[in-house]
Design a protein around this ligand. Sequence first.
Ligand SMILES: [Zn+2]
Length: 498
Amino acid sequence: MQAKPRIAIAGFQHETNCFGTTKAGLAEFEMADSWPAMLDGDTVIRETRGMNLPIAGFAKAAEEAGMELAPILWCAAEPSAHVTDHAFDTICAKILDGLHAAGPLDGIFLDLHGAMVTESHPDGEGEILRRLRAWAGPGLPIAVSLDLHANISAASVELADYIAIYRTYPHLDMAETGARCVPVLRHLLAGGTLHKAFRQMDYLIPLHAQFTGATPGRELYDALPPLEQAGVLADIALGFTAADFPDTRPSCVAYARTAAAAARAADHIAGLFDRLEAHSDHPMLTPGQAAETACQPRTRKPVVLADVQDNPGAGGTSDTTGLLAALANAGAQDVLMGLFHDPQAAAAAHEAGQGSVFRIALGGRSGAAGDQPFDAEFQVVALGGGSCRYTGEMYGGGTATLGLTAVLKLHGTQAGITLVVTSIRNQCLDLAHFTHIGLDPAAYRTVCVKSTAHFRADFEPIASAVYPVAAPGVFPCDLGTFPYENLHPDVRTIPAKG
Ligand SMILES: [Zn+2]
């Protein structure tokens, strides 16, 4: 080892919805959206500094710990259907080229998601690690951070020396998760060993029930600090239900100085999963029930309706209209909705100009059964230039790239509905998505967000109540309706009821 340990850092994140409509090509990884555009070399550190990203947290902690960093590449694409072979092979090759050029290394840190499915590789992260391990050889430590929604394979656990996983959903601890890899790498570089244990669970947890502020997530993650106090580094992934492959399931990893201690910790977590299975689903409203809720007398704070099956952060198209149609039919008043991804509508609004009224068939192009465009007149209330600074805890300090943006008000009907339309897909999880364009969500009776749980960090403080709504979308939260083809035969999509 060199006087100052030299660690290469790279990131390549995608959460793949195998039932989604559009794939992630190279352009999607190169462009900015909810996260920065593709970064390489020194920009990896410079452009992510201070952000809630694993690579930023790792870089800060590593520099503070006296490590020298060799930044290679970082990229992410908004969740969607499969990563194309061209994108995957190109990005893997860029990372390997960067490692070749980096000179002598003592270790590697990788900021990965854990639920990547490519056209040719169902286990995307396993394949990334296989290629990197083949290059690095068995002796070079590789530490990896993964998303709480990772579907972890035995191959990934075998190929990586250490895996750290986010422990919060909304993901408030992404940078912290990266930072947790630093002391482990130091331990390994000092000649220390870590024994591993890995367990996979037998049932899926719907995404909207993975919120870590409630059962079962709260109880599962509460189990980790006591294990850590006992000297075991354990982490839990709740899985990403829309990635259809045999490792799509919750899992846990445990690392300890003895194999027995790691195995005991992993068995303890697996036992907790067994006991919590009957509590691993949460009720959802139908669009009709949501509309009834929106027509109740106003409460002091808004009611937040989460359009959970059209979350772009889970590969949704962010343009479904089921909830909008139900609210419009019910004549709901004082409603704010976002973010609709419809580049044609955003462009038409800009062409029409502020104050004008135009007619368009909004959204509804998801292909999901029961979803259709919403044909109506809209008044252009405000126009936006394309980006905003996040102000919430999850992404605060970062920039959302929204593209052409417009605030539209439904025109010529009884209903009072205002919505924000963008031309780049972003998950509506930060109040700034509304406030940057002159809208105050707290002033509305009802706020509708196309998000599953990330919105809770910023919207719960202004909400009187939060309800998940099951309107048609390409991310069904009722797992019994997913047309799975590749799940492990032991995995239950509907939890056994105690
Ligand atoms: Zn996630």
